[in-house]
Design a protein. Sequence first.
Length: 386
Amino acid sequence: MTANVVIDNATIVHRERAAATRLAFTDGRIASAVPGALRLDLAGHLVFPGLVNAHDHLHLNCIPPLVHAAPFPNSYAWIDAFEHHHDRPEVKAAASIPRDVRHWHGALKNILCGATTVIHHDPWHEAFDLADFPVRVGGNRHWSHSLLLGQSRSDHPPRYGPDVVASFRATPSTEHWAIHLAEGTDDVAGRELAALDALGCLAGNTMLVHGVGMSESDIDRMIVYGASVTWCPASNLGMLGRTLDPRRLFNAGRLSLGTDSRLTGSHTLLDEMRIAARNSDLTAREIFRLVSRRDGGLIPGLPADCIILADVTDPYDALLAARRSDLRAVVRNGRPVIADHDFAEWFAHCGIETTEVFLDDAPKLMARALCRPEATALERGLRMAS
Ligand SMILES: [Zn+2]
């Protein structure tokens, strides 16, 4: 059903400023005005655009992580160690859960913390096309895994995922092509940016994930090409013991932030934002830029994806301090997905059936269509009220 909603008296947070303006939703999109709408008086609240998690592997978030004592020199050493870890019964059991359930769980991880859009770095899955799939999935039409796993040799195909050069060449220049690159602190990682360039795969649409092993001159080179880096500091620090200094990439407008999967990364994107802040000189407002759309998000015509927080301090500081249980509401396509109980009227207005849940012990209402029991059971901190 069409659900027209007007939010009044809230502070709408954009990349450059926060201002008290009216926000209207119709047919799942932001509008300038709508007739016959439910009016929500949100005085004392902040409305942010839905967050963008720029790197995840949705189906890996339920796999028990590899416990290790010392940092790895590069991701390939981690992958080799993981192959032994994969023989453990609890890992085998998690990996045997059907992929559609695991993808749904990864999407829940994201939507519960306000990440309404996720760049998934693995093959497309039919579950992403379902109308009620919890998040908007992007980015994975064109990708390769990494230089060592993604290169064909004369006698065998890539070890995993699409061939590096073939997938790059098949990508229109207007669309991103993503690859893990320089995920390490040793010479193997340090040589990868030059190797990628030599293959002809460094361009304005190249999205490099991690980039820890890039030198200053590598960063110069990729900025000249207009390529970008997706920064995953929690994963880098856990796997490699080090992450990159994001300042130059941020200043050049070539940086985004991703959680990676929980196999190596943070619990939620909100946690990742705090880890990013602690490991850089980026301000709270700059961190917000890393997880918001370039066009700002909350402008007429765009999908009505947003999150709502109580207004306590500076809006950017408030978001950086927020836990997922602090979010008053997460909204996708103009419809609440999970929200505090006093938003029951909003769910009803949109014709959404709800389930009572606890999220990190905070009571919430959640859209029933999202509550697939096999997937919700995998999410630590989410429990059904009955
Ligand atoms: Zn990854």
